[in-house]
Design a protein around this ligand. Structure first.
Ligand code: FPP
Length: 271
């Protein structure tokens, strides 16, 4: 596969911010299509709802609601593109520290989202998986999420993972405890523990590692999201705030991914 220069990658990045560049950019992205490779698993940190709300002099809750509209579009687009798995960071274990009003608004949005989307997602053969500790959620939310998983559990299309009450370190601790129990019960020898054993005890069991991590709003942090699964992910950090992020911005991030030379710690093959 032909390597694409970093200069070209920078041009794609530039397309995110320069007004009037979009049309030109979509032609460039089209030119990439025959060689661009799609990620199998995309993870998204949907950042910037609060800043979007402040910018528009609206409540934080309104910002999250607008962010949910983006979420709907991005899920549809991911499905249309035929990407295998999409993981979205909706609510972290640290988000409980926000005001009761904001936490309440996010919890309500989770209920509203599933009430309005579950029929379409199920029809589209999407399989939903919740990443995180559902037991730590209010009963209504826990039941709604469990029902979404149950209803779509046999679907074979897009794997849609929504992280709710999720923390990457807590996920690793959970895996370590489960493996330790197996060792204690004599079902597994400590020397037989492999990377596969560990990934089999993560919420994402059976799914490919993350290929592409997108975090919107220009922030460049992992924030405890899928720590193990992101080991070899390519990172793309669009400047746009999540509520302003469009399917075209997503295409640009995918085009950037297509230009990256992934070596997984090895060396590029000699030409
Ligand atoms: C980060 O923005 C975003 C969140 C903490 C929540 C993301 C949730 C949604 C987009 C919608 C709810 C999810 C579902 C599944 C319905 P921020 O508020 O930290 O932004 P800021 O850094 O600008 O303040």
């Amino acid at each position: 596969m032909a390597a694409i220069s970093h200069e070209f990658e920078n041009q794609i990045h530039a397309g995110k911010t320069e007004a009037g560049f979009g049309c030109y950019m979509s032609e460039r992205i089209k030119a990439l299509e025959p060689i661009a490779k799609l990620p199998r698993h995309v993870a998204i940190i949907m950042d910037g709802n609060g800043r979007w709300a402040r910018k528009h002099k609206l409540s934080i809750s309104r910002g999250h609601r607008q962010g949910t509209e983006t979420l709907r579009e991005i899920i549809r687009h991911t499905d249309d593109l035929g990407i295998q798995a999409l993981s979205l960071y909706a609510f972290s274990t640290e988000n409980w520290n926000r005001s009761a009003e904001e936490v309440g608004a996010l919890m309500q949005l989770i209920l509203d989202f599933f009430a309005s989307e579950i029929d379409e997602l199920d029809e589209k053969n999407v399989r939903i998986l919740i990443l995180g500790d559902k037991a730590g959620l209010p009963e209504k939310q826990r039941k709604t999420l469990e029902e979404a998983e149950r209803r779509t559990g046999k679907n074979t299309g897009l794997r849609l993972n929504i992280a709710v009450n999720y923390g990457g370190r807590a996920e690793l601790v959970k895996a370590a405890r489960e493996i330790a129990e197996l060792v204690k019960a004599g079902e597994l020898a400590a020397e037989d523990i492999t990377e596969e054993t560990l990934s089999d005890h993560l919420y994402t069991r059976g799914l490919p590692d993350v290929d592409l991590l997108i975090r919107t709003s220009g922030e460049m942090r992992l924030s405890n999201f899928l720590l193990y699964q992101n080991a070899y992910a390519e990172f793309v950090f669009p400047e746009k705030l999540w509520p302003d992020f469009t399917p075209e911005d997503y295409d640009r991030a995918l085009a950037v991914f297509g230009t990256r030379d992934r070596r997984f710690g090895g060396r590029e093959k000699e030409a």
